[in-house]
Ligand binder design. Structure first.
Ligand SMILES: Nc1ncnc2c1ncn2[C@@H]1O[C@H](COP(=O)(O)OP(=O)(O)O)[C@@H](O)[C@H]1O
Ligand SMILES: [Mg+2]
Ligand SMILES: [Zn+2]
Length: 461
């Protein structure tokens, strides 16, 4: 079975995904027969440079027509040999590998032979930045006085390493990373054609994991296709070594609940399972980005999601968080990302970041008062000793009250905004709610607050 990147290698300019500018310019050049003696294709890996170089070689040399064409036949001996990289007149040189040209003389000798079978003699030099300085200088000489009917196509992922004098002699094309939307669309088509059983979420994550390289995304899809089973979000995550949706869900729900202890335990556990703090952070970032997306677009943004959580779960989380809180968390994560990159103690920074995401003080700045209500449970749990305080409050009341109060605990308190959050056993919720004014008086009195404390009742988890 052919791998997907091979099977779906674009055969004509028209087949290229993205790279619209390059497509149009080359098509026009071919139609107008304005062929440059040298091209330089620069851009990230897996974006179509080598494919385009081969397409151009076929377009110039296809034997089915008398002249350069935008639609090479793909079947004549010239097209087929270019396809198989064994055309006599189209020399492929990989400057990065051992069989690349490290000898400048070699290059010059090759180029001075007239084409044997076709219209143009061509040199496709891949990873051109890898040419030795001597070879680059020899190449420069060739470009200054290009031999007749000879065309050079240089490809590179590192344009800055190519001699500026060479760059200026070439027609430069910048290949762009492919957008996630473009990759999602393309992979959806391919999985339909190939009848691959895959969920939309899995396609989204595969697309994201390629980081703009269509080859990498296709390659991953190819690997997963071999498994012969439905490809789900978790299949993909497993393959790329990420955090699966179950773990992510656990982490996020506890984070939202501000269960400090559990969050730290889950994070530690993930690290023990071999997930790096960087990876955890990346996945948290992706998840928060998705939360904003879900909040902003609802279902419409579904194809843009890229985290390890399914849409329904994201929506549940998004409902529990305000825009400001998600944004605050994102800022926090971004800050930690920098620190993690340069630190040997990355686990510590991750934990610090997680703690800060559960501490209202860091977010209050960006928060409006209306939003506060939803944030009220996130108060000082980690800092103030609420247990002791609650014991003090309970003890300050009559013994008849004490019995009832023992069914609750104080889980949040903000003396500035004047409210307290009580977690109450489910059975007693109604009773507590009926008595909130009374409760407020007790707490206000015991804490010697000037304004009456507002009491918020929550069900104990
Ligand atoms: N722009 C693109 N359009 C369609 N397919 C692409 C594109 N870029 C990459 N691919 C896929 O990835 C494979 C490798 O692409 P390639 O041209 O070798 O990339 P590069 O030389 O830029 O690293 C191709 O066979 C094709 O399946
Ligand atoms: Mg290439
Ligand atoms: Zn042909």
């Amino acid at each position: 079975m052919k791998s997907l990147p091979l099977k779906y290698r674009p055969q004509q300019l028209e087949d290229l995904i993205g790279q619209e500018f390059i497509k149009t310019t080359l098509k026009n050049a071919l139609s107008a027969k304005k062929i440059a003696p040298a091209y330089l294709f620069a851009g990230p890996r897996g974006t179509g440079k080598t494919s385009t170089a081969r397409i151009l070689a076929k377009s110039l040399n296809c034997l089915a027509v008398e002249q350069p064409t935008v639609e090479p036949c793909g079947e004549c001996s010239s097209c087929r040999s270019i396809e198989r990289s064994n055309a006599i007149d189209v020399t492929e040189i990989d400057a990065a590998s051992h069989n690349g040209v490290d000898n400048a003389r070699e290059l010059i000798e090759l180029s001075h032979l007239a084409p044997a079978q076709v219209r143009y003699k061509m040199f496709l030099i891949d990873e051109a930045h890898g040419l030795t300085t001597a070879a680059q200088n020899a190449l420069l000489k060739l470009l200054e006085e290009p031999p007749a009917r000879t065309i050079f196509i240089l490809c590179t992922t590192e344009l800055h390493k190519v001699l500026p004098t060479i760059v200026s002699r070439c027609q430069l094309f910048n290949f762009k990373s492919l957008s996630q939307t473009a990759v999602v669309e393309y992979l959806s088509q391919i999985t339909a054609t190939e009848e691959i059983d895959i969920t939309p979420e899995a396609i989204a994550v595969i697309s994201k994991s390629g980081l703009g390289s269509l080859r990498d995304s296709l390659q991953l899809l190819s690997q997963l296709q071999v498994l012969q089973q439905q490809i789900t979000l978790d299949t993909v995550i497993e393959a790329v070594g990420g955090i699966n949706s179950r773990e992510m869900w656990k982490l996020m729900t506890n984070l939202v609940k501000e269960d400090v202890l559990n969050v730290l335990l889950i994070a530690r556990n993930l690290i023990q399972m071999g997930k790096s703090p960087q990876l955890i952070l990346q996945d948290l970032l992706a998840c928060h980005r998705d939360l904003l997306l879900v909040k902003a677009t609802q279902k419409e943004g579904k194809s843009l999601l890229s985290s390890n959580l399914e849409y329904d779960r994201l929506q549940q989380l998004a409902n529990k968080m305000t825009w400001h809180r998600i944004e605050g968390n994102l800022v926090q994560l971004q800050k930690r990302e920098q620190q993690l990159r340069f630190s040997i103690n990355s686990a510590v920074w991750l934990e610090t970041g997680l703690l800060n995401m559960m501490d209202s003080t860091s977010i209050n700045e960006t928060q409006t008062l209306e939003n506060n209500r939803q944030h009220r449970t996130k108060l000082h749990k980690s800092t103030a000793n609420l247990g002791d305080l609650w014991a003090k409050i309970v003890n300050s009341t009559k013994s008849s009250n004490q019995k009832m109060l023992s069914h609750a605990s104080l889980i949040g308190l903000d003396r500035e905004l004047n409210f307290a959050v009580l977690a109450v056993e489910p059975k007693y919720i109604a009773k507590f709610q009926k008595n909130v004014t009374h409760l407020s008086r007790i707490i206000t009195h015991c804490l010697k607050q000037q304004q009456p404390i507002e009491v918020i009742i929550e069900e104990q988890q």
